[in-house]
Design a protein around this ligand. Structure first.
Ligand code: COA
Length: 175
């Protein structure tokens, strides 16, 4: 896919579409890594309207979308701004038709600009075996800082903790 996309804050009227978008992306991403039943159970418990609605207009959170020219959601990033200067990114997802177009990098850059006065670093966890995501994060400048093991992963798979200073993320052009 080539085309124009806009990055903007998530709005209250996006919540239903963003939730469906994230659930579909979770199924594509994690069915093969942890099994469809485990994926669905975790996703259904986690991806409820309150999660997405609670991040909107909240200084303790960040929530942005990428929208196509018809304002359809084709990317989403959401996370939490913790008290210790960490912005923990809970999710970064792009519609596969738009992979490789720079949306994911734009989401990271915009999230960094958005939280610049509130956080000094972006952190996230990625599941071992999610090789495309890991390759993307490395390209975007993230460094793997620890393997948190299965306790912090999903359904027995280990999670890797990755980190990028906000200043580096906000000014990055490479990814
Ligand atoms: C992770 C994600 C947001 C990245 O966006 P993207 O548009 O695919 O990212 P890019 O294409 O810019 O970068 C991906 C890189 O991985 C490389 N890659 C692709 N498949 C790969 C694989 N199987 N193993 C390793 N690297 C791979 C690509 O070639 C690309 O690198 P390059 O540009 O240097 O060639 C997107 O793939 C996505 O939504 N994935 C599903 C949801 C997900 O896993 N989110 C992260 C949860 S922590």
């Amino acid at each position: 896919m080539t085309g124009q996309f806009t990055i903007r804050p998530t709005r209250a009227d996006d919540v239903g579409e963003v939730m469906a978008f994230i659930k579909a992306s979770w199924a594509r991403t994690y069915d093969g890594l942890i099994g469809a039943a485990a994926q669905r159970e975790i996703s259904d418990a986690k991806h409820v309207p309150e999660l997405f609605a609670g991040e909107i207009g909240n200084r303790g959170a960040v929530s942005i979308v990428a929208a196509d020219t018809q304002d359809r959601i084709v990317g989403h990033l959401g996370g939490e701004v913790l008290g210790d200067g960490c912005c923990f990114i809970d999710r970064v997802h792009v519609d596969p038709a738009w992979w490789g177009t720079g949306i994911a990098a734009a989401l990271i850059r915009n999230a960094a600009s958005e939280v610049a006065g509130r956080a000094d670093r972006l952190e996230l966890t990625v599941l071992e075996g999610n090789d495309r995501a890991i390759a993307f994060y490395v390209k975007a400048g993230f460094e793997a800082v620890a393997n948190l093991g299965a306790a912090h992963g999903l359904a027995g798979k280990s999670a890797i903790l990755m980190r990028l200073p906000v200043l580096a993320a906000a000014t990055s052009r490479r990814a």
